[in-house]
Design a protein around this ligand. Structure first.
Ligand code: NAD
Ligand code: DAU
Length: 350
């Protein structure tokens, strides 16, 4: 029996984590804590919101007193921490918001855990979800990020995540707080906010809108289907070694422009257009400032120690994902119009 606080559970990855834990572990109480920023969308969780082992709490992780009260009131014994500002472009425009939530918010949660749990026992765990971006950027060669790679963040987003990782490790070293960290590569799948490359471009292709490719489109990302990330989170939460770090990735590197061409072909085909017809929408624009060249994760530790590996071939994952966005145009319309923000008020009578 666990009382698990999942932060950021109304966001993209968080909603998949909440769904898996609520459905798979009926004996656990799952408390989804989210402040519902523009990225938080409770309609992502309509299918499980009535379940007896699920509770939603609207709160800001930057509010220390509220965090402490939540730990006590809900007898929280473990945390899966995903709440964050997550978009690199936004971090370039508003870096302070990233320091506030990603650094101070994480620190608040760590300290609420430390002060509430006091004597740590084997039930306690603070699981921090982080990113491969903390490792910086690789050249166009065959090197991969391992758990030993030195941190070298370049964007305000990755610097804030790196800082939060350092605080998590500092709480382990200084206070013995039981922690575990995972650093994952780029996720894709359903319910991702359409500011990120894949949902943005699928939506634009459908509506014949321009596709803004940063720089020459040569940057490389390592893409992982979100449900595979969530399976890894489940495994690490239950079997990960306290104090350890696990890298999670798909061994699936794509140059942006090649990935964009795959998306174009897939959307065109599924919409009954001539395959490749939408390539005319590709528009090269000014590069992102400080744009990391290449990310690629070595997830062999997770494979060798806990037996995890990605379940989906990329071709299958991208097909499923394009299909989902085309089938769920109302979800995208709701998000792009801003109507999803009203759902909480209607649902929770707030
Ligand atoms: P997201 O932006 O879709 O969701 C973030 C969630 O956090 C939203 O629901 C938002 O409302 C909530 N939130 C933001 N600030 C908050 C605050 N102050 N208090 C409470 N809630 C707050 O993000 P995502 O893509 O699902 O990423 C989730 C986590 O995984 C992040 O920590 C991110 O750094 C990490 N991550 C993401 C990826 C990726 O490809 N998306 C890859 C690796 C790691
Ligand atoms: O690597 C993990 C990270 O992946 C996560 O920690 C972040 O939260 C997540 O947002 C993601 O970061 P990226 O910056 O890699 O993702 P994004 O979807 O913003 O961009 C993917 C690539 O596509 C990147 O090289 C920039 C490029 N791009 C993006 C957008 C939105 C474009 O060329 N045009 C665009 O319009």
């Amino acid at each position: 029996m666990h009382h698990i606080l999942i932060t950021g559970g109304a966001g993209f990855i968080g909603s998949h984590v909440v769904r898996l834990f609520v459905n798979k572990y009926s004996e656990y109480q799952i408390i989804n804590l989210d402040s519902l920023t523009y990225a938080g969308n409770l309609t992502n969780l309509k299918d499980i919101e009535g379940k007896s082992n699920y509770k939603f709490v609207k709160a800001d992780i930057c509010d220390f007193d509220v965090m402490q009260r939540i730990f006590t009131d809900f007898q929280i014994d473990s945390v899966i921490h995903l709440a964050a500002e997550s978009h690199v472009d936004r971090s370039i425009k508003d870096p302070l918001a990233f320091a506030r939530t990603n650094v101070m918010g994480t620190l608040n949660l760590l300290d609420a855990a430390r002060q509430t749990w006091k004597d740590f026992d084997k039930q306690h765990l603070f699981y921090h979800i982080s990113t491969d971006e903390v490792y910086g950027s690789l050249e166009f060669d065959d090197t991969l990020f391992t758990e030993e790679t030195k941190y070298d963040p370049h964007s305000p987003y990755s610097a804030s995540k790196a800082s939060s990782d350092h605080f998590v490790r500092a709480y382990y070293d200084t206070y013995g707080l039981p922690v575990v960290i995972s650093n994952c590569s780029n996720n894709y799948g359903s319910f991702q906010f359409p500011e990120k490359l894949i949902p943005l471009f699928i939506n634009n292709i459908r509506h014949n809108k321009l596709l803004p490719v940063y720089g020459k489109g040569e940057n490389v990302r390592d893409w992982l289907f979100v449900e595979d990330h969530v399976r890894a989170i489940d495994l690490i939460f239950h079997k990960g070694k306290t104090g350890d770090t696990y890298n999670i990735g798909g061994f699936n590197e794509w140059k942006n422009i090649d990935l964009i061409r795959v998306m174009i072909k897939t959307v065109d085909r599924l919409l009954g257009r001539k395959e490749g017809e939408s390539e005319k929408l590709i528009t090269y624009v000014t590069d992102r400032a400080g744009h990391d060249l290449r990310y690629a994760i070595d997830s062999s530790k997770l494979k060798n120690e806990l037996g995890w590996q990605p379940s989906l071939q990329f071709e299958e994952g991208i097909e499923k994902t394009v299909h989902w966005y085309l089938e769920n145009q109302d979800w995208l319309d709701n998000v792009t119009s801003g109507d999803y923000l009203k759902y909480y008020k209607e649902m929770y009578n707030y």
